[in-house]
Ligand binder design. Structure first.
Ligand code: NDP
Length: 261
């Protein structure tokens, strides 16, 4: 008999930051595997372009404007996602911003700190809370199962010098996800963090285009290339599929071997 756990037909994925590099790579693979997909982002033009690309898969696609740092916007967007697509089985809290130009901790302003924490950590909290409430209500009604996946960063576990506010936002996400994996397992909800290494997206475009930066970093990547959004597709499918039914609380490093060096 054929082994078909990776067929996601009938399932719905929500990917915040789904109009960007890593999020769009996950969203496209999930749709190609059969899932209907909602993406959230703040930029209407990027949302429209991503929606057009995702609609080529033939799945139902919803693109919503939502600032994940704003509680009322997250609540409204989640309700709209469920109203239109019917349910959420996989919630990928992937929206994030960089810490900006790296700078000394002794000069860190509260504004810089708050700006990053609001999107990267509070945004993931608000998104996960809405999804977990929905998944628990479904479990109570006899329809158990769901996965929460946060896009953290290697910065969560390395010494992210001069970028500690970004590292703290991602370390906080890893810690939150581990707690959710323990607390929500009895409702059939699993939770994971992804730790990408150097991925070529809008967020890193300036760095990877800088020959000096590339000359320093690429030799430390055993696979000798930057990652791309498509590198996250198979993992997203696996985490939403029944193949990962007993897998929870993990931190999945996708970095071409960079962290092994
Ligand atoms: P992109 O800049 O391509 O994507 C970022 C996404 O987040 C965009 O879709 C953007 O949409 C969305 N976003 C930003 N702010 C908000 C907000 N307030 N509310 C809703 N959506 C928002 O970068 P990546 O694809 O690289 O980033 C995706 C995730 O991966 C981030 O969390 C990032 O921290 C993480 N990461 C990236 C790495 C890399 O090397 N690229 C390495 C490690 C982690 P919009 O512009 O429409 O708001």
């Amino acid at each position: 008999m054929a082994y078909t756990p990776f067929d996601l037909t009938g399932k719905v994925a929500l990917v915040t930051g789904g109009n960007g590099g890593i999020g769009l790579g996950m969203a496209e693979a999930l749709a190609q595997a059969g899932a209907d997909v909602a993406i959230w982002g703040t930029n209407p033009a990027k949302n429209a372009a991503a929606r057009a690309r995702l609609e080529a898969t033939g799945r139902r696609i919803l693109a919503l404007e939502c600032d994940v740092g704003e509680e009322d916007q997250v609540e409204a967007a989640f309700a709209e996602t469920v109203r239109v697509l019917g349910r959420v089985d996989g919630c990928f809290a992937n929206a994030g911003i960089s810490g900006g130009r790296s700078s000394p901790f002794l000069e860190r302003t509260k504004e810089q700190w708050d700006r990053v924490l609001r999107v990267n950590l509070t945004g993931a909290f608000l998104t996960f809370r809405a999804a977990a409430q929905h998944m628990k209500a479904r479990a109570d009604a006899g329809d158990k199962g769901g996965v929460l996946v946060g896009t953290a960063s290697l910065a969560a576990i390395e010494g992210a010098a001069r970028n500690e506010h970004y590292g703290a936002s991602k370390g906080g996400m890893v810690s939150m996800v581990r707690a959710l994996a323990v607390e929500l397992a009895r409702h059939g909800i699993r939770a994971h963090s992804i730790l990408p290494g150097w991925i070529e997206t809008d967020m890193t475009a300036r760095s990877v285009a800088d020959p000096k930066f590339a000359g320093n970093v690429l030799p430390r990547v055993p696979m000798r290339r930057w990652g791309n959004g498509g590198d996250f597709g198979g993992m997203a499918i696996y985490l939403m599929s029944s193949a990962s039914a007993f897998h929870t609380g993990d931190t999945l490093v996708i970095d071409g071997g960079y962290s092994l060096f």
